[in-house]
Design a protein around this ligand. Structure first.
Ligand code: OAA
Ligand code: MG
Length: 564
């Protein structure tokens, strides 16, 4: 199938059983009597014709019969692999309830149990062993006109570490959100898993494991393999947007730096997480009437995600008038050994610019060789504490109470995913601060009851950002994605904060508004790309029209046969 028109008739080459087995085209019981005759479907379906709403109703009844989230996930994935239009219609109808099932936290369980729960294939698996055949593999994609790829090598899956081939569930989940929240037709999306082995002993010894059981390949082989993949992808789809997802720290930043000028790509964990965190903090600053540049910010976890957020906050502080050096004095990165300081051994390139000079902390009180997290909080007296450590429970009662001691309304974001890796649960943070705190988490949490009030917990997850970036990039045909475009996405998110309009409202818009928000983000991102000559030069009206025209809705199209 080479093209999938967004309106009017769709000319398709399939009929009979093969039509029912093509998830992008299958309508199941919603094939009309006429279509059943025209496409050789007579007798292949139960007789009664159903509308998509009736199908959604049955699917939802079946969905509710599963108790365990992972079984709900397996069920939804089965629908997706059978009938994509029905899957997205169901998801759209129950978006708030189902996002945690197809995305974080349940997608984490799906990664950990990928081989055990495997049912049917989706996307492309490219093994290092098949590196000489990547062009052939890309030609085998069931979708011809791919516009967005999410690719992983499964080495740092959420906060769950190396999941090998199981990491494939992440690109699948992310791309479901591209469609459900960013309106990108499922015909344009492709999940890709690069299987370069796994260092996870449990997987290596698991007889069910479906990936290569050897340890991860060496760095030189890895870099060559990634280069083969990127070049083959460019040959096959020259305008592709490539999202790097859940790569481990040693590869994430180098890959981004290597390819960000060459192809339209971005790293969601570094840049998507940074953009959503900045947007959420900006929203909180606006309601308090303060500026980010007046605050000190402490990070726990100084991997590529933490450093990515830090760099974006620094950009914002510069925008607010600080010099680069002044802005960096507001940022404190804490890692397993304590505060990152100038001259420390074994720093990664991207950490070096985020160390504190020893002169700035010369009057600090701390007892061991390096300042611990608690030392940093007691000396720097931060307003903001961000957790991107992947370590459950790192924000202890002592830490949270120290934050509160120095700040009347601290901003505390335990962002690690999935929920079981969170640095502190919202209910504990609220208890330890007596509810005087601004919280956002990476994974969804139920509202917390405190002093007779129900406190909503904002979900500061990159899902607020990446669908809109994809939509914007596709609408304006951006050649690359740069920092200014990401900054525009953060500002569009902050603008959409319900708190900006009403003081006691929620910090971030509800998930049900993601598709509207994605259009706004798409517009903001594309406008910057156009202004900077990185995209088609079109007017604002034309851009809006493009965004709307690209926004796919899950409803059945009418088919005509391709004459052969
Ligand atoms: O997938 C998510 O929920 C957010 C994310 O990118 C990560 O934690 O790696
Ligand atoms: Mg990720």
């Amino acid at each position: 199938m080479n093209d999938y028109n967004l309106s009017g008739h769709l000319y398709i080459p399939h009929s009979g059983p093969s039509l029912l087995e093509t998830p992008l085209l299958n309508k199941g019981s919603a094939f009309t009597e006429e279509e059943r005759k025209d496409f050789n479907l007579l007798g292949l379906l139960p007789p009664r014709y159903e509308t998509i709403s009736e199908q959604v109703e049955r699917a939802y009844l079946q969905y509710q019969s599963f108790e365990e989230p992972i079984n709900k996930h397996i069920y939804l994935r089965a629908i997706q692999d059978n009938n994509e239009t029905l899957f997205f219609s169901l998801l759209q109808t129950h978006i708030e309830e189902m996002l945690p099932i197809i995305y974080t936290p349940t997608v984490g369980d799906a990664c950990e149990n990928f081989s055990d729960i495997y049912r049917s294939s989706r996307g492309l698996f490219i093994s290092y062993e098949d590196r000489h055949m990547i062009d052939d593999i890309l030609r085998n994609a069931t979708k011809g006109n791919v516009k967005v790829i999410v690719v992983t090598d499964g080495e740092r899956v959420l906060g769950l570490g190396d999941q090998g081939i199981g990491g494939m569930s992440i690109p699948i989940g992310k791309l479901s959100l591209y469609t459900a929240c960013g309106g990108i037709s499922p015909a344009y999306t492709l999940p890709v898993m690069l299987d370069v082995g796994t260092n996870n002993k449990k997987l290596q010894n698991d007889p069910m494991y479906m990936g290569a059981k050897h340890p991860r390949i060496g760095q030189k082989e890895y870099d060559e393999f990634l280069e083969l993949f990127v070049q083959a992808t460019k040959r096959r789809w020259p305008e592709i947007m490539l999202q790097f997802e859940d790569f481990a720290q040693p590869n994430a930043t180098p890959l981004l730096n290597k390819y960000r000028e060459e192809i339209c790509c971005f790293n969601d964990d570094i840049q998507g997480t940074a953009a959503v965190t900045l947007g959420t903090i900006l929203a909180a600053c606006r309601t308090r009437g303060t500026k980010l540049s007046t605050m000190n910010v402490v990070f726990v976890g100084s991997g590529s995600a933490g450093c990515g957020i830090a760099e974006m906050l620094i950009q914002q502080m510069r925008f607010e008038g600080l010099s680069d050096t002044q802005a960096r004095q507001h940022i404190f990165m804490v890692d397993r050994y304590g505060l990152l300081t100038e001259g420390m051994q074994d720093l990664r390139d991207f950490q070096c610019a985020l160390t504190q000079p020893l002169t700035s902390i010369s009057d600090w009180q701390y007892s061991s060789e390096f300042a611990t997290l608690n030392d940093v909080i007691n000396n720097a007296k931060p307003d903001v504490l961000i957790g991107v450590s992947g370590q459950a429970g790192l924000f202890s009662e002592e830490i949270v109470r120290s934050m509160k001691k120095h700040c009347a309304l601290p901003i505390i974001f335990p962002l690690s995913n999935p929920s079981k890796q969170v640095e502190a649960t919202p209910s504990d943070i609220i208890k330890w601060t007596n509810g005087e705190v601004v919280i956002a988490t990476g994974s969804p949490f139920e509202p917390v009851q405190h002093n007779g009030k129900s406190i909503h917990i904002a979900q500061c997850n990159n899902s607020y950002i990446f669908p809109g970036i994809g939509l914007g990039v596709i609408a304006c045909k951006a050649r690359i994605i740069n920092d200014d475009m990401l900054m525009a996405a953060s500002n569009a998110l902050a603008d959409a904060s319900p708190q900006a309009r009403q003081a006691d409202a929620e910090l971030l818009p509800p998930m049900t508004e993601l598709s509207k928000l994605s259009r706004d983000i798409a517009f903001a991102v594309a406008k910057v790309a156009i202004e900077q000559g990185l995209a088609l030069p079109i007017s604002d009206d034309a851009l809006r029209a493009q965004i709307d025209a690209n926004f796919w809705q899950p409803s059945y199209r009418s088919y005509k046969r391709v004459s052969v």
